[in-house]
Design a protein around this ligand. Structure first.
Ligand SMILES: C[S@@+](CC[C@H](N)C(=O)[O-])C[C@H]1O[C@@H](n2cnc3c(N)ncnc32)[C@H](O)[C@@H]1O
Ligand code: SF4
Length: 413
């Protein structure tokens, strides 16, 4: 089952935002995230806030979900207007899950139309949905493209059958090229999600998955090391000795192989776990999370951030449905980030992206750590020195990407 929510201060029932969110709002982009908390089968490694039909119990229905989420979008636009925030058309929209594509395509189209009606979409807005490879076909994708979606992110994970099986994935490797071609045919950009370090996966298996991913020539790729989340089926299997524990050294070798193969195929990393064929095909939505823009997250358990205020919704679809039916804010709790917390978060997130973090914005202590980080080969010396008049920035080397926690630890110590 999904993990529990953090506690924060209570969130007001009418969703009212404090005046502090207005500071600098004109200069921040605005995005919308819509969470769809349903999956056909739960993968044994996943603790995202998602429910299969048997996990859901009574009081919430997948069929009624789109209407509830649409209500929250209208509620959100109203809350933002009441707070006096400037009118900002939406630059990026992301439907994530769970499995957004378990809903009929017409539901996703309706939700996008609601976002457009409430806030307007900026010219060239990026509109993405996640999709499991066996949850869509060309007709489905065509409906999304007609509705204004620009991008689809497929959960490929691996091309090796025994790895997909250990992960409890329901698709076969052959399904991926079929849906990638279908997405292309209707004009959608394609991203592929991969996982490495699955128990039983060898370096050769990982190489096969990378080759297979690259054969699809995606516009964008994300690759994450498998995290063993407490309370998942996978964690139980490892505890009982039924599957091997992930090996950190193998993870590092896999990351090095990943980076080398993608670079050779013409993809540039722009965040530790993300590669893009061109700067234009980076995920602008994900970048907005890492660079502290504003976003409204709709749906059970979704997180929002506006100008240093963060809140998160009630987690269970039944509690969410009840709040929406009563016309109440679905927020469970919220926190206003202190200056110190905002600084730590910026360092944590921006030292993971290729554009890096400005050295001038580091604390005195952080500035003093830079020389040692360069000497240890963790930070790019040229970027840190600001060669050719460029701003001095912290950009991790390959070794720094592998040891990202060490870099952040030294900068914040
Ligand atoms: C939560 S899923 C939602 C999209 C879709 N349902 C799917 O599985 O592709 C988004 C991504 O998170 C990844 N993910 C979930 N749990 C993970 C874990 N424990 N370790 C690494 N990646 C994980 C999934 O594999 C997937 O690529
Ligand atoms: S399909 Fe995606 S969201 Fe659903 S359980 Fe699997 S990884 Fe998690």
């Amino acid at each position: 089952m999904p993990s529990v929510l953090p506690d924060g201060e209570p969130a007001p029932a009418d969703g009212a935002l404090p005046a502090s969110v207005l500071d600098g709002a004109e200069d921040r982009a605005f995005g919308v995230y819509v969470h769809v908390p349903y999956c056909r089968v739960r993968c044994g490694y996943c603790d995202f806030n998602t429910y299969t039909a048997s996990e859901l119990g009574g009081g919430a229905s997948q069929a009624g979900y789109a209407a509830e989420a649409a209500n929250e979008l209208s509620f959100g636009a109203d809350v933002m207007r009441r707070a006096g925030l400037p009118e900002r058309p939406v630059s990026t929209v992301f439907f994530g899950g769970g499995t957004p594509t378990l809903l009929p395509a017409s539901d996703l189209a309706m939700l996008l139309a609601r976002i457009r009606d409430e806030w307007g979409l900026a010219p060239g807005a990026e509109v993405t949905t996640e999709a499991n490879p066996d949850s869509v076909d060309e007709a489905y994708l065509a409906t999304l493209a007609e509705a204004g979606f620009t991008r689809v992110s497929f959960g490929m994970q691996s091309a090796v059958p025994h790895v997909l099986q250990t992960l409890d994935r329901t698709h076969t490797p052959e399904r991926v090229p079929v849906v990638v071609a279908a997405a292309r045919a209707v004009g959608l950009q394609v991203s592929l999600d991969l996982i490495y370090g699955t128990p039983g996966e060898s370096l050769a298996d990982w190489g096969r998955s990378l080759d297979a991913a690259l054969e699809n020539a995606p516009d964008h790729l994300s690759a994450y090391a498998l995290i063993v989340e407490a309370g998942t089926k996978l964690a139980g299997q490892i505890r009982r000795g039924q599957v091997a524990e992930p090996d950190d050294d193998l993870h590092a070798e896999m990351y090095e192989m990943l980076d080398a193969r993608l670079a050779a195929a013409g993809y540039d990393w722009y965040e530790i776990s993300n590669w893009s064929r061109t700067p234009e095909t980076r995920s602008r939505h994900n970048l907005s999370y890492w660079t502290g823009e504003d976003w409204w997250g709709a749906g059970p358990g979704a997180h929002s951030h506006v100008g240093g205020l963060r809140w998160w919704n009630v987690k269970h679809p039944r509690a969410y449905a009840e709040r929406m039916a009563a016309g109440l804010s679905p927020a469970h709790a919220r926190e206003i980030l202190t200056e110190e917390a905002r600084h730590s978060e910026r360092v944590l997130l921006e030292t993971r992206i290729r554009d890096g973090f400005p050295i001038d914005a580091l604390s005195e202590h952080g500035k003093q750590a830079v020389a040692e980080l360069i000497a240890d080969g963790l930070v790019d010396g040229r970027a840190a020195l600001g060669i050719a008049g460029a701003e001095r920035r912290i950009v991790p080397t390959l070794r720094g990407r592998l040891l990202a926690d060490t870099v952040v630890g030294k900068l914040l110590r």
